[in-house]
Design a protein around this ligand. Structure first.
Ligand code: PLP
Length: 377
């Protein structure tokens, strides 16, 4: 029998279907494999921490003093321990979520009408951000020679780097990052690096924080991240931003305290528990995810051989090329009619035509149910 101390492999489908939250409740009766929430139970250290908070009635104003919250301070420790990067604690700020950090950076570092580069397909809220904030999208090719040509032609002000990348699961390696950093220098780009998936990287790949490449790189970079993806805490609304860019820091300082909200006690406590006591749980999750990403290859080969899929280098998101099944721009509709709710490829921009994104952060038997349902069998 498989050792499963955290109950990751034996999820009860009825309990999942009854789970509150948008993933399972948006389309009741469907197998939910869309939004990036995991089906796994939360790490015990987090449950304990939050239970203690409740038992103590500790939901009033926290006693952290001014400056970064304990979670933001823990971010500095974790970056050092896990990635060998020592962010400046004076440049760390709490935010409600990663998107708030990205939007603040876009808003304060660029102007309406400015071009911003982004790798396509792209996490869809980035596309909405550019549209809603009247910035011009420049499609950044993954190929770095092509990226150079694009930057030379389009002269964007900023690059939003989704690192690791959602939805493709690509992990930018050191050579790629160094080249991107050199291009950022040459074309004077601000880099907004969303590293929310950094703890979800599979061996032999490794996450390298973009700002860790050097002081000059950090000085043009805003890093935004959270414990929320790897530890499944998105509803607790806490994230952290490291501000390497002096003029962004000084713009933020012109606003009064709490202008952009302030950190949520439960979110902060959960992040501290995750980053100080959650790694055993995370390792067990990564083991299941690693199995799932390969099992998905086998299942697709058996049940949907026309679908092309490369297991991602990071994330629990599979980017499925369904163009050969002939179901048009949005194969998601076909799969929805078969009872499986996936993310539609076009949501991630034009290159997503004919693709779907499948979330495999669930039990191995649910993956099997999902793929057989997708195949209509
Ligand atoms: C790349 C990326 N950034 C940001 C987010 C959302 O983070 P938050 O809820 O903290 O805004 C997600 C969620 O899936 C994501 O994949």
């Amino acid at each position: 029998m498989t050792n499963d101390p955290f109950g990751l492999r034996s999820l009860d489908p009825d309990r999942l279907a009854a789970r509150p939250g948008v993933k399972w409740q948006l389309r009741p009766g469907h197998l939910a494999a869309w939004v990036a929430d995991m089906d796994f139970p939360v790490a015990p250290a987090i449950t304990e921490r939050l239970s203690t908070l409740l038992a103590d009635g500790a939901l009033g104003y926290p006693n952290w003093g001014t400056g970064p919250s304990p979670a933001a301070r823990q971010f500095v420790v974790r970056m050092g321990q896990r990635y060998g990067w020592e962010p400046d604690v004076e440049r760390v700020r709490d935010v409600a979520d990663v998107l708030q950090g990205v939007r603040l950076a876009v808003g304060m570092l660029t102007e309406p009408g400015d071009a911003i580069a982004l790798h396509l397909p792209a996490y869809h809220p980035f596309l909405h951000t550019l549209r809603d904030m009247d910035r011009r999208l420049v499609a950044a090719p993954f190929d770095l020679d092509a990226l150079e040509t694009t930057l030379r032609a389009e002269r964007p002000r900023a690059l939003i780097l989704c690192h690791p990348h959602n939805p493709t699961g690509h992990v930018f390696d050191r050579d790629e990052l160094l080249r991107i950093a050199a291009l950022a220098e040459e074309f004077d780009l601000v880099v907004i690096s969303d590293e929310i998936h950094s703890d979800l990287v599979y061996e032999p790949h490794h996450h390298i924080p973009f700002a860790s490449l050097g002081d000059d790189v950090a000085a043009r970079t805003v890093t935004v991240t959270s414990s929320s993806k790897a530890f499944n805490l998105a509803g607790l609304r806490w994230a952290v931003m490291h501000i390497g860019i002096e003029r962004f820091e000084s713009s933020l300082r012109t606003y009064p305290d709490h202008w952009f909200g302030s950190a949520n006690v439960a979110g902060v406590e959960a992040a501290v528990a995750a980053w100080t006591q959650g790694d055993e749980w995370l390792a067990a999750v990564m083991e299941v995810l690693d199995e799932n990403r390969h099992r998905l290859s086998e299942l697709l080969a058996t049940h949907l051989p026309e679908v092309k899929y490369e297991p991602p280098e990071a994330t629990y998101l599979a980017w499925l090329d369904c163009r050969a099944i002939g179901s048009g721009d949005e194969p998601r509709e076909l799969f929805l009619s078969r009872g499986v709710d996936l993310s539609p490829g076009m949501q991630f921009g034009e290159p997503g035509s004919g693709f779907v994104r499948l979330n495999f952060a669930t039990s191995p038997s649910m993956i099997e149910r999902i793929v057989t349902a997708m195949a209509g069998s």
